[in-house]
Design a binder for this molecule. Structure first.
Ligand code: 5AD
Ligand code: SF4
Length: 441
């Protein structure tokens, strides 16, 4: 069999990055080689995101931009996979006829036969969601060149019904991956020289795998992961505040190789809005969770996601978001304007009634505040010493290295003969808005 080449482009979250590695692994077993050069590919796959309308608009733009490739090489197959394929199904092909293959997030094992179908000139579609698929037995092909940090998917889908969110519709019901396969994947990465693994799921705190009367929950899995090797750092993402238990915080506190960082999306600081969002916690509950983190893991960084301008949000609600952010003193945040997604509970039941200019202004206020908080968080590190895992050369200078602290902050420092994959103690001497600057001690 002559090797054909597949080019894959990934949009959206880390789950999609991990999925693209699964896809490349499945295709490799069917004679496809991965290429980073779109011009030489016979198969082009776009792994897509539907989380906000602008994510989808970017992908439509990208499809337009690559349409000339199809004219140049009529035999190539362009496929749309992932969340947008799942959400829009065949209507993708009606809108953009260069697409001849669609596969939803649970249909990747079917790709070889979908490709064969598309090669014979038909439109190939599989957007079935599954209750079981976790791709547990597939070893992902790592495409990153750094080879220091990596993602391991531990569950798929989501059972929370946040009113704004399309994820349960495009990724299906929650299912947890068998723990043995997760641990052996981590060991395998360790043997290849990786030094950091991020366990991924939409809501890792609800991870639960039961077998023969014995079950493993997230704190148990995290502990097993931490025990693989003290030199392997473990991170995880994302936590839903309603399920963040003290038990989990105690496991984190016990193992120094579990990174001191929790991504705990608040979405809003107003209990009224949180209720409409169906987040199942109040402002007070969320604040108690932050206090628990601060008391059990004092050196833990906390980051968040915030949505500006959700349905019915008033100036008072918005001010509550700002005051929560200030109180929590987030180290980092992802901030978004609310984007109505068709089919979600908010789209069906609530009016998207905050005018766009108001959403923009509120988002700008949120970003300005977070810039201040992020700067403060970095300034507080000046003068302290952190263990940094070296990930790469600094983007700006060949003679400097870059890596992250356990708290997930990027640090840059003179190389002094050290290499990526090594741990070094770095004394922080200054900072820029995005980076800590220091020297190895
Ligand atoms: N509009 C804006 N932001 C959204 N998010 C999820 N759905 C929407 C939406 N419809 C944000 C949430 C979530 C992050 C991944 O994306 O903050 O935590
Ligand atoms: Fe990831 Fe959600 Fe985007 Fe899908 S829709 S790629 S799950 S962020």
């Amino acid at each position: 069999m002559i090797d054909k080449k597949v080019y894959i482009e990934t949009y959206g979250c880390q789950m999609n990055v991990a999925d693209s590695e699964v896809v490349v692994s499945i295709l490799k077993d069917h004679g496809y080689k991965h290429t980073g050069n779109i011009g030489e590919a016979e198969l082009i796959l776009i792994n897509t995101c539907s989380i906000r309308d602008n994510a989808e608009q970017r992908i439509w733009g990208r499809l337009k931009a690559i349409s000339h490739l199809k004219k140049k090489k009529p035999g190539i197959i362009i496929g749309l996979i992932g969340c947008m394929a799942e959400r829009l199904k065949e209507s993708v092909m009606e809108k953009e006829d260069i697409v001849s293959l669609l596969a939803g997030p649970d249909a990747y094992r079917d790709l070889p036969s979908l490709i064969a179908e598309a090669e014979s000139g038909n439109k190939a579609v599989n957007v079935l969601l599954s209750r079981e698929e976790t791709y547990a037995d597939i070893s992902p092909v790592r495409m990153d060149s750094k080879g220091v940090t990596s993602f391991v998917s531990i569950m798929r889908g989501c059972n929370n019904m946040c009113a704004y969110c399309v994820v349960p519709y495009v990724r299906g019901a929650e299912r947890s991956r068998e723990p043995g396969s997760i641990i052996s994947e981590i060991k395998n990465l360790r043997d290849k020289g990786y030094r950091e693994v991020t366990l991924l799921g939409q809501n890792v705190n609800s991870y639960l795998y039961s077998e023969e009367g014995h079950s493993v929950s997230f704190p148990g899995l995290l502990e097993k992961a931490a025990l693989v090797d003290p030199l392997i750092r473990i991170r995880y993402s994302t936590s839903h505040p309603k399920d963040l238990s003290d038990e989990l915080l105690h496991v984190m506190a016990q193992y120094p190789n579990i990174c001191r960082h929790i991504h705990l999306p608040a979405q809003s600081g107003s209990s009224r809005v949180l209720k409409l969002m169906n987040r199942e916690y109040s402002r007070e509950w969320y604040m108690k969770r932050i206090s628990a983190i601060r008391s059990i893991i004092p050196d833990c960084a906390i980051s968040t996601d915030i949505i500006a301008g959700f349905c019915t949000e008033t100036e008072e609600d918005h001010n509550e978001t700002l005051s929560l952010m200030e109180w929590a003193g987030y180290d980092f945040a992802y901030m978004f304007k609310y984007s109505e997604r068709p089919g979600t509970k908010a789209a069906r039941k609530l009016k998207d009634d905050v005018p766009d200019d108001v959403k923009t202004r509120r988002l700008n206020e949120i970003i300005a505040l977070q810039n201040k908080l992020s700067a403060r968080s970095k300034k507080q590190d000046v003068g302290r010493v952190f263990e940094v895992l070296i990930e790469d050369r600094s983007k700006r200078s060949e003679s400097r290295l870059s890596g992250r602290t356990s708290q997930n902050k990027v640090a840059v420092f003179p190389a002094e003969g050290r290499k990526k994959g090594e741990y070094v103690n770095v004394k922080i001497e200054g900072c820029t808005p995005a980076t800590l600057l220091g020297k190895i001690i």
